[in-house]
Design a protein around this ligand. Structure first.
Ligand code: MBD
Ligand code: FE
Length: 324
């Protein structure tokens, strides 16, 4: 026998009190959102007849998630990051901003302040013996096909074990993280290593949630990008390498058809010599098209707490001054 108390005046009044609706302080938006959130959850508890045991084990799980800073990992796993992208796509379509390479999620593993280079950078520190050499290159163009010189291309990716420097303390500082400014033809080139896919740590709180849903926590091999240039929309995106078993089964829902790219294995000695490499390598070509905008706020990445990026950096970015 299940009880239903949600619709009683006591519970409805209680919700208003808890959300501070009868208080002068606080902010109206916080109150409205908390009132709605709590209302939905209280109703859920009633409808699903949530037990004490279920409730408190969830509290414990949330503590574990926070304690291991995994909300930023669970977030894409539960589709929030992709949902925000879907909304942003709809906002762009409504504003007739329909051009350019598609966006996809940033993920939780960006670190600000990577070394900067003009045109070309080597991204790997040479320590990853299992890493196949990757030649990553492309051209940044506007929607009319004109090259964008001096565009800022930030790239970050995992090593051959799926780990990211900074978060994986076995890697050197800023390994596999670089900022490359495009050359006079709008081109960027990086020498790096082919990344492996990422897997949510076994047994971690995020893994527990996914397991309860019968889901895995695997991402395909992928490479993250931030691309920006004056007069153009900032773009947050990723490429997913073709042929990975998880290319179209990404736990973080970041894959988009247009962003799946095949790496081409090259063994021709002339091609190796041309790039001053030591042996066969895999080439990945990713050209990027940026939509135009005059609005300053669309030319920078949205605010979000990021490793090694403080509020000051974000303010100066928005003001269009150089990043420190
Ligand atoms: C990643 O590398 C990533 O990009 C996302 C979205 C989630 C977990 C690990
Ligand atoms: Fe990633």
């Amino acid at each position: 026998m299940t009880v239903k108390i949600y619709d009683t005046p006591e519970v409805q009044d209680f919700l208003k009190t808890v959300a501070g609706l009868d208080q002068a302080g606080g902010t109206e938006r916080a109150k409205q959102i908390m009132h709605r959130l709590l209302s939905d959850l209280f109703k859920l508890i009633d409808d699903f007849d949530v037990t004490q045991e279920e409730y408190w084990s969830t509290v414990s799980l949330l503590n574990a998630l926070g304690g291991q800073t995994q909300f930023g990992l669970l977030s894409p796993g539960l589709g929030f990051d992709h949902y925000l992208d879907m909304r942003q796509d709809a906002i762009d379509a409504e504003a007739k901003r329909n051009g350019g390479t598609p966006r996809t999620i940033e993920g939780p593993l960006y670190v600000a302040g990577a070394p900067e280079a003009e045109g070309f950078a080597r991204m790997d520190d040479g320590q990853d013996r299992d890493g196949e050499t990757m030649w990553l290159t492309g051209q940044v163009r506007d929607v009319n096909g004109n090259p964008v010189a001096g565009a800022k291309v930030e790239i970050w990716h995992a090593n051959s074990k799926g780990g990211y420097s900074f978060f994986d303390k076995t890697q050197s500082e800023y390994n596999l993280r670089r900022t490359i400014h495009t050359d006079s033809e709008g081109r960027y080139t990086a020498r790096s290593i082919i990344p492996s896919g990422y897997g949510v740590p076994e047994g971690a709180p995020t893994d527990q949630v996914l397991k309860a849903l019968g889901r895995h926590g695997e991402r395909p091999a992928h490479i993250h990008y931030f691309i920006s240039a004056p007069g153009h929309c900032h773009l947050t995106t990723q490429i997913n390498l073709a042929g990975d078993p998880y290319t179209f089964d990404d736990f973080a829902f970041a894959t988009r058809e247009e962003l799946v790219i095949a790496a081409t294995r090259i063994e021709d000695p002339a091609e190796i010599a041309k790039r001053e490499l030591e042996g066969p390598f895999s080439e990945v070509v990713f050209d990027i098209e940026l939509d135009k905008t005059e609005a300053p706020e669309l030319q920078v990445r949205h605010k979000r707490p990021r490793a090694k990026e403080d509020a000051q950096d974000q303010a100066s970015q928005l003001a269009g001054t150089a990043e420190v």
